[in-house]
Design a protein around this ligand. Structure first.
Ligand SMILES: CC(C)(COP(=O)(O)OP(=O)(O)OC[C@H]1O[C@@H](n2cnc3c(N)ncnc32)[C@H](O)[C@@H]1OP(=O)(O)O)[C@@H](O)C(=O)NCCC(=O)NCCS
Length: 163
């Protein structure tokens, strides 16, 4: 059964393999993703990584708090191993994050993605998980490849709900 847990140093080769094989990232993007993983392993307060584990990593999520926006969190990379997609692992990773942030003062989570047709399933995945498109920067990644920003609002004080 898949469970979500913090990243461990021993996960690095598996995470690197999942990122390389995911089919959505350029070599430069994999490098940036792994720099973030290495920062997290080195104890960075800026980045966190959690792993979806099913007898070994089958997915991961990297995220962090925005340096300037108060209560704003960002998802940087989310990946499910290709042969395990469509079975709720990505949604479980985002659900874990939403639970983790509940009641901490976090107000919103932002995710950036591409507007290209090839990223349609990522955009649908974010919408399925409660995100909505809030901004678009035309031709950001390259001509005809927009940056699309998705946002999910969080209740910063869910203690009210527990009362
Ligand atoms: C985006 C991603 C993390 C989703 O992970 P997942 O474990 O498949 O997510 P879930 O199973 O929770 O949800 C899958 C949803 O994605 C959408 N989807 C569309 N095409 C899909 C496909 N070929 N495979 C899987 N999901 C697909 C559907 O909306 C599906 O919802 P449904 O179950 O109601 O049909 C995964 O597809 C992935 O790793 N993609 C490559 C890496 C990437 O692009 N990451 C995002 C940028 S950092």
């Amino acid at each position: 059964m898949v469970h979500i847990r913090p990243l461990a140093a021993a996960d690095r080769p598996a995470i690197d393999g999942i990122a390389r094989a995911c089919g959505a990232f350029t070599p430069d993007e994999v490098r940036v993703c792994m720099e973030l993983v290495d920062d997290a392993l080195a104890g960075s307060m800026e980045y966190e990584v959690v792993v979806a584990d099913d007898g070994g990593p089958v997915g991961f999520l990297t995220f962090g708090t925005d340096a300037i926006g108060k209560g704003v969190w960002e998802v940087y990379w989310i990946v499910t191993r290709a042969e395990r997609r469509g079975r709720g692992i990505g949604s479980a990773l985002l659900g874990w994050l939403h639970d983790r942030l509940a009641g901490t003062g976090a107000r919103m989570v932002l995710i950036e993605t591409s507007g290209q047709p090839g990223y349609e399933h990522q955009r649908r995945f974010y919408e399925k998980n409660g995100y909505r498109e809030v901004a678009r920067v035309k031709d950001f990644y390259k001509p005809e490849d927009d940056l699309v920003v998705f946002r999910r609002d969080l209740d910063p004080a869910p203690a009210r709900r527990r009362a």
